[in-house]
Design a protein around this ligand. Structure first.
Ligand code: DAH
Length: 359
């Protein structure tokens, strides 16, 4: 075979081999590499060109045309493959990033305060707006604050009725004394009055004390831990009329409607006289229903005029000053407002219930 024919043959086989490998390239970088291998300065085509020098001068342009044609063909093929790979890559990306716009969205749920906490906050805010200062006391109390100072001496039957949880706890200093989980928020009356006097103030004093209390009791209407709001006011000439006015305003505001109230004589050691307070049934408007057991009235809290012994226990002149006080069960009022049938729902923390109650 003549030199020129051999070069032509070399070019042809180089071209067909190149086109085949271009078609097989799976990525743009692979194609780039092939471009270098065939068309680069040290590429296969350059290698063939080296043979051109051995040809007689008149044959060189002929083979030069062949080389150029091959070069153009390879470059065009590379461009074509590159373009189709780019299209393929784009299609693949679109497929990979495809989203189903018909799928339901993922909504985020927002949290809410526990219904009891909501109730506590709402009640405290109503009293706050009426001018009562918010006070808190410890949940682990001593017998003095929980009982003695509230006119409940050691042998008093009311102590037994409080179903007290006692805890072994040491008070400040060396001396130990029996401690207990407070059975009501009334001890905050004592603490708030003492603090107030220690700070050098004189009545008037008006306080709202929300908080947790504990009793050893558990059924549909009792839980070993529950919440109370204690409210009291001490001043000159405080009377039951003030008590009734405050109660009526509070209860009507809380229930968001005019509620009627009635005071029934009762007994509490720390008040004299004492009264239990009923509201006109919020479900049947006093006509009589299952909730109010046909009476038209629902008992909601205990109240009275602060017993002179209680005022004296903190050093307030019981001749010059008087006060009213009341304590209400938070769960009970929330149940009435929201129509919740069982107290235990509050503490089981079933999210379906909590979600429904979330304001
Ligand atoms: N401390 C009482 C209880 O838990 C409730 C109570 C009744 C509070 C009468 C008062 C009051 O302040 O005057 O059963």
């Amino acid at each position: 075979m003549s030199e020129i024919d051999s070069l032509k043959a070399q070019l042809e086989s180089l071209q067909s081999e190149a086109l085949e490998s271009f078609a097989l390239a799976a990525s743009l970088s692979e194609l780039q590499q092939l471009r270098v291998n065939y068309l680069g300065k040290k590429g296969a085509l350059t290698e063939v060109l080296k043979g051109v020098g051995k040809l007689p001068p008149q044959e060189r342009p002929v083979i030069g045309q062949h080389v150029n044609a091959t070069k153009t063909a390879l470059a065009a093929a590379l461009d074509g493959c590159e373009a189709s790979l780019a299209v393929k890559a784009k299609a693949e990306r679109i497929e990979a990033e495809r989203i189903d716009v018909t799928l339901p969205g993922r909504s985020s749920t927002s949290g809410a305060l526990h219904p009891v906490q909501q109730g506590l906050d709402e009640m405290t805010a109503i009293f706050s707006q009426m001018g009562f200062a918010v006070a808190e006391g410890p949940e682990i109390e001593n017998e003095f604050h929980n009982f003695d100072a509230l006119n409940i001496p050691p042998e008093h039957p009311a102590r037994a009725m409080h179903d007290t949880f006692f805890v072994k706890e040491f008070a400040e200093g060396e001396q130990s004394e029996p401690m207990l989980l407070r059975t009501h928020t009334s001890p905050v009356q004592i603490r708030a009055m003492k603090r107030f006097l220690e700070e050098g103030h004189e009545p008037p004093l008006a306080v709202v004390a929300p908080g947790r209390v504990y009793r050893c009791d558990y059924d549909v209407t009792h839980s070993p831990m529950f919440h109370q709001v204690e409210v009291f006011k001490v001043d000159r000439d405080v009377s039951m009329a003030h008590l009734k006015g405050v109660l009526k305003h509070f209860l009507s505001t809380y229930f968001e409607k005019e509620v009627s109230i009635r005071l029934r004589p009762h007994y509490f050691p720390f008040t004299e006289p004492s009264a239990e307070v009923d509201i006109g049934c919020v479900f049947c408007a006093g006509k009589g229903c299952r909730i109010c057991k046909g009476s038209g009235w629902i008992e909601v809290l205990g109240s009275g005029m602060i017993h002179p012994n209680v005022l004296r226990s903190v050093g307030i002149d019981a001749e010059a000053f008087s006060g009213f006080a009341f304590g209400l069960g938070v769960e009970r009022l929330v149940m009435l407002k929201k129509g919740i049938p069982d107290l235990r729902l509050f503490f089981e923390n079933d999210v379906r219930f909590l979600r429904r109650m979330g304001s």
